[in-house]
Design a protein around this ligand. Structure first.
Ligand code: PEP
Ligand code: MN
Length: 287
């Protein structure tokens, strides 16, 4: 279990994130959810569609990612879309479908909570609550989510510094919830011609020095391109990530959300094979 006490006096003043500070737990913290442990010797893979679109789409994708070795199923029920005219997610119906997929496959569920008003509802279904990039600094939402006691996957704000991100994590920790996973998902830079975001893999070794919290990488939003996802997933594991969050769709061309960056179930199977072969060279197992 992670720390819930004040940082010891050895914490450096230059690190205002007192509870997230590496000095609190120099060997790193593990976060256990069901039978899955983040931050240990295993790299945990979370995979699934950007959004839950239908029963068929979710179950087909869930079965495939499970067979390939993912441990957690991702899928948005409430989607933060740039345009109000785009698909916003199926809401409560999607949560029911996620619960059905969990019951059938045994996969844990990670799904985003966008609004404080939905925290209790989403927490009734999710094993891990995702706080999206756009909400990293929604401090009251962070506190409400923390109060559920559920583990929190905190995505990096696309315009946020690592320090700001760690201070957001601090809001969750200071609210008595020690199960925080940090997820690098790319930041907005001047060069958006070839990629949607710039996946900041510098953040992985920096976070390993600065904080004891497990570090996850999302190469799907980090690149915006399905063809780049496998390379950057391997790079993330090589950089020391404790987990991956990957968008996988049973038919990416028909996806209602983020199809361009979603890899097929076949591509995901190949990627898992590559990661499994890569793991031992890095002293990690991939699951
Ligand atoms: C997502 O995971 O589908 C998502 C909306 O992510 P982000 O908040 O990183 O944009
Ligand atoms: Mn997405």
């Amino acid at each position: 279990m992670g720390p819930t006490v004040d940082a010891p006096s050895c914490a450096l003043p230059s690190r205002p994130y007192r509870l997230a500070d590496r000095a609190v737990s120099p060997s790193g913290t593990t976060v256990t959810v069901g039978d899955v442990t983040f931050g240990g010797s295993h790299v945990v893979v979370m995979a699934g569609p950007c959004a839950v679109e239908s029963r068929d789409q979710l179950l087909q994708t869930a079965r495939a990612v499970r067979a390939a070795g993912a441990r957690v199923l991702r899928g948005g029920a409430f989607k933060p879309r740039t345009s109000p005219y785009d698909f916003q997610g199926l809401g409560r119906d999607a949560l029911e479908l996620l619960a059905e997929a969990r019951a059938e496959t045994g996969l844990l569920i990670v799904t985003e909570v966008m609004d404080s008003l939905d925290v209790e509802l989403v927490a009734r279904y999710a094993d891990i609550l995702q706080i999206g990039s756009r909400n990293m600094s929604a401090y009251r939402l962070l506190e409400r989510a923390a109060g559920t006691g559920k583990p929190i996957l905190l995505k990096r704000g696309f315009q946020s510094t690592i320090r700001e991100w760690l201070l957001s994590a601090e809001y969750i920790l200071a609210h008595g919830n020690s199960r925080v996973l940090l997820c690098e998902r790319g930041i907005r830079t001047f060069d958006a011609e070839f990629t949607r975001n710039t996946l900041d893999l510098n953040a992985v070794p920096v976070l390993k020095q600065e904080t004891h919290l497990p570090v996850i990488v999302d190469p799907s939003h980090g690149t915006g391109r399905a063809d780049l996802v496998p390379t950057m997933a391997r790079a993330a594991v090589a950089a020391g990530a404790d987990g991956l969050l990957i968008e996988v769709h049973c038919d990416p061309a028909s996806a209602l959300c983020d199809g361009k960056q979603s890899i097929s179930t076949e591509a995901f199977g190949s990627l898992m094979g590559e990661l499994r072969r890569l793991g031992p060279f890095l002293g990690r197992a991939v699951a």
